[in-house]
Design a protein around this ligand. Sequence first.
Ligand code: CP3
Length: 354
Amino acid sequence: SANEGPAGRQPTATYDSAFLKACRREPVPHTPVWFMRQAGRSLPEYRKVREGIPMLESCTRPELVTEITLQPVRRHDVDAAIYYSDIVVPLKAIGVDLDIKPGVGPVVEKPIRTRADLAQLRDLTPEDVSYVTEAIGLLTAELGATPLIGFAGAPFTLASYLVEGGPSRTYENAKAMMFGDPELWADLLDRLAEITAAFLKVQIEAGASAVQLFDSWAGALAPADYRRSVLPASTKVFDAVAGYGVPRIHFGVGTGELLKLTSETGADVIGVDWRVPLDEAVRRIGPGKALQGNLDPTVLFAGPEAVEAKTREVLEAAAGLEGHVFNLGHGVMPTTDPDALTRLVEYVHTRTGR
Ligand code: CP3
């Protein structure tokens, strides 16, 4: 039975996979690879099954979620699957009036600007997202030894959409609340931490083998502001799921100046974008963490030789790390040639011992 011992509720073969070993900083047979946004528009088979189905609706259909999550695993031979969903799914599930507009991103009908607006954010229960539990049950049955990564948006990144009302380059409304009404801001982030923690627990209890917290836009903040106004909420999320023993990954874009602080959230694995080489990242972070990254996603547009040369640079910078999960420095861009991704997985695997 898989219910006793360190593997917990997952099969031993999953627990012993290269991806989970690297997250735990144990020796690996080869460097594991997966890609943020590996499921999605870069794949023709994704565009086909999504035809005519709005993004958020697609996230509520367990069979469709299962198929889309499996597509990149079948095609690229990646070492982990990432659950197909979106960071705004738990917010939609508790009744926040929002949608994902194609080519734009999440758009919120009534942005959160005042204390009264916090009433939009009630607690999330497993029943609100029963389709997630169902889809993860289907997925783990299909995945065999391949681990499934669950994920959620971090409180700051979720707040950036909720306060701005949509995507932003400056986050002026969110930052105005953070600087101008720190008590309201702290309460907003604390609410979001509870919702996010509840959403991650649902995924882990359903069978996810690791979780990633996407604080994609945290790089917009100065270190002192991150420490004071964001770190407590992200730490609360990681603390809430620490007891499950599954690896917890933190990722943000442009967080080079925040790497030490983001590692203080308690995450086990730190995702690094392409702006900081991994050997420099580990100097900033210190010992005790695995690192994930960090090929520039635009390199995939440059042809096989350039991809191999830039990949060797990443692997060389990672050579002294205790644990390395190969990934891009941010998500796969929708116009990426999927064959370039398949070749990249194969190249990392053969270069590192498979
Ligand atoms: O393969 C995977 O990584 C899993 C799927 C996934 C999606 N969203 C599906 C999606 C993940 C991990 C996310 C997370 C997410 N969503 C983040 C954090 C990751 C990051 O990139 O930093 C953010 C900031 C969002 C918000 C969001 N949702 C944006 C900015 C967009 C793009 C809008 C567009 O059309 O360009 C979305 C929509 C979205 N989420 C798509 C997918 C596959 C595209 C919509 C579609 O296919 O119609």
